[in-house]
Ligand binder design. Structure first.
Ligand code: SF4
Length: 357
């Protein structure tokens, strides 16, 4: 048995079992011999396993979550016999439920998605929803209207988050600026918000952006870099204009390319997100598009196997595309293998089953 606490995190090892919780007592990871449970901050629990060499993620049902959380805190309690300072972290499932509910209240709802490397960043909502909100495959923000938040509202959110993560803030690996396109808000307001957040936290910033509404705005990326922007995640989806039309993504690939270059010239890294599951032409043109750009350390490529939402199923059928998870996963592997041999940056999966905050 082994335990250590520091920098906002507690880590425990009991034989093959590995536990990780933050210093506000929130369960984070619970690894057993053949599976790992990750608890999101909104209190979903995802079971991760490798089946036939492939990673699989399953969202636990409500009734399963309490059992996992109880086993987790029983292990924390058992460890506290040898490490008495850990006693204060022993909680139960109702504690986690309350924490999830409190966080949803701070944000005014659930955070639908974050990039896979941002689970442990502090999400700060500086704008609500997506200014476009019309892509045929996406229903992440359909329930809300796009709206940049006023600085007073952001300050209230920051105060609430500081008190919520009172003991675990040192474990945060940056600030993710929500929601779908924080960098497209009025630039002087964005400047003011980032100056304020920079003084409050001293952590790098990350954000999503699209490559079709934002390039038309007067966004000063050099200034953003100076203010602490580290990486911008851009949904490219496909290198094929026909597929982009099907996805109702009003993006011109040439403009997207210029946009990416402009961000990189300013010293900001990019995280480019493409999808898989749309057929051979899509694979070829997407690999060509991504393979035709220069990257640097800190850039990333993410591949997201297509997942259906609402009437996207009909959109796929109307375009003669089979809706099949196996095909999407195979295509993901094809794109990944082609790019890994060409690009010198990480090319990884972006699974919508896992990318929850
Ligand atoms: S731009 Fe992004 S967030 Fe907005 S609708 Fe399209 S995929 Fe969804």
């Amino acid at each position: 048995m082994f335990a250590e606490e520091g920098n906002g995190l507690v880590k425990i090892e009991i034989g093959e079992r590995r536990l990780s919780l933050n210093m506000d007592s929130d369960m984070v990871y619970y690894s057993l011999s053949d599976r790992t449970y990750r608890r999101t901050r909104m209190n979903d629990i995802i079971e991760l396993r490798y089946i036939g060499g492939r990673r699989s993620a399953r969202l636990l049902e409500e009734e399963e979550k309490a059992g996992i959380a109880s086993a987790f805190y029983r292990d924390v309690e058992a460890t506290s016999m040898q490490y008495p300072s850990l006693k204060r972290y022993v909680k139960d499932y109702s504690f986690l439920e309350t924490r999830g509910k409190m966080l949803r209240e701070i944000y005014g709802g659930k955070i639908p998605i974050v990039p896979p490397d941002r689970y442990f960043s502090l999400y700060i909502k500086i704008s609500e929803g997506c200014p476009w909100n019309k892509c045929s495959f996406c229903n992440l923000y359909k329930d809300r209207k796009y709206m940049p938040l006023k600085i007073e509202k952001i300050k209230e959110e920051v105060d609430a988050l500081k008190s919520f993560f009172r003991n675990s803030m040192p474990a945060m690996n940056g600030i993710f600026l929500g929601d779908a396109n924080a960098v497209s808000m009025n630039f002087s307001e964005l400047d003011e918000v980032l100056l304020y957040l920079g003084k409050e936290f001293r952590m790098p910033f990350y954000a999503f952006s699209d490559a079709f509404t934002t390039p038309l705005k007067n966004t000063d990326f050099e200034r953003l870099h100076k203010l602490g922007m580290k990486r911008i995640y851009i949904g490219i989806e496909s290198g094929n204009p026909d597929i982009l039309r099907m996805l109702n993504k009003k993006m011109e690939l040439d403009i997207a390319r210029e946009f990416i270059e402009k961000i990189k010239e300013a010293g900001i890294n990019v995280g480019l997100i493409v999808m898989s599951g749309f057929g051979e032409e899509h694979v070829e043109s997407t690999v060509d598009f991504l393979g035709s750009m220069e990257y640097s350390k800190g850039d990333m490529v993410y591949i997201s196997p297509v997942k259906e939402y609402g009437n996207f199923h009909e959109v796929l059928l109307a375009n003669g595309i089979k809706d099949n998870r196996e095909i999407a996963v195979k295509e993901y592997e094809n794109i990944r293998n082609s790019l890994r041999s060409r690009l010198k940056i990480p090319v990884v999966v972006y699974s919508l089953d896992e990318a929850m905050y």
